[in-house]
Design a protein around this ligand. Sequence first.
Ligand SMILES: C[S@@+](CC[C@H](N)C(=O)[O-])C[C@H]1O[C@@H](n2cnc3c(N)ncnc32)[C@H](O)[C@@H]1O
Length: 285
Amino acid sequence: MSDNEERWQVVRRRKGRKSETSQVSPDSTSPQEPLDVRSMINRIRVLMCEIRCEDFWGKWREQFLNSGPSAVSPPAKDGDAGRHDDGEASQLWECVCYGLGSFSSSVSSRYQLAMLLLLLDTIQIAVRDCSIYDPVFTSGEINVLRELGLTVLTENEEGKRLATRPTVFYLMHCGKALYNNLLWKNWSKQCLPLIKIIGNSFDNIKQRSLARHLKQDYSYISQAVCLCQERQLPCPSDMNGIFNDTAVITFEANVLDSLPQSTWEDPPEPEYQHCPKLEIIRREN
Ligand SMILES: C[S@@+](CC[C@H](N)C(=O)[O-])C[C@H]1O[C@@H](n2cnc3c(N)ncnc32)[C@H](O)[C@@H]1O
């Protein structure tokens, strides 16, 4: 079955899917079968070509390049994924991808991986400067990612990654705690402007949540909704469940500067004591 046919199945199967539900859809290789690295890479490359031909890709590309204070200039043209670019832009930017999901068994994750590679190429981040982690990755999937040139993290950071240079965080349909942890770790006037999140719209998270719960359990998302700039990314109806509910989220230094200093003082680490069903997998201590 081609990925295109699978895509239609996903649309039918995922109609009405909420973005933060757990997901494993056995729509491709069975986990018992060894993964053919070459053929999986070819499938991903085919999906990259497919996305490039879609109208929505042009809009994603444009929105992404133009969004936020750290807007980057577009390169001359799209190149191949896996290319190591040593240009100026690649020295400046890095990327971190959490929560991609099992791309050998999920067509959504495969499309999202293809999109990640296209984005890296577009903003000229060298693939080796993209770190990627999902606790569900199989050893075969890790081989595929390494073969593509990506840096596979071996530790569960729970999203608590400090940005020391401009960083794109690619978190497609991830649990709220991952976003909340990421915001907590970067909760300062200096760090927030360095991060650009491609992930679930914070506005939509707010609308789907009880204000009281969001404030208590995910206080950094709750505060960030009012501070961030959010640009919705379009999603064609046949890719609903793959690229729906996605936005580019950035923070402008002048907005953060206008807040009282107390906003930034001693931000407590999230603990999630009151969350019976946490949507992320935590580090084993
Ligand atoms: C709802 S699924 C989304 C999967 C895929 N992106 C999609 O849209 O179908 C959330 C993903 O987050 C991953 N995840 C959970 N805890 C994580 C953690 N601590 N770090 C990175 N990824 C995590 C899960 O394994 C799962 O693949």
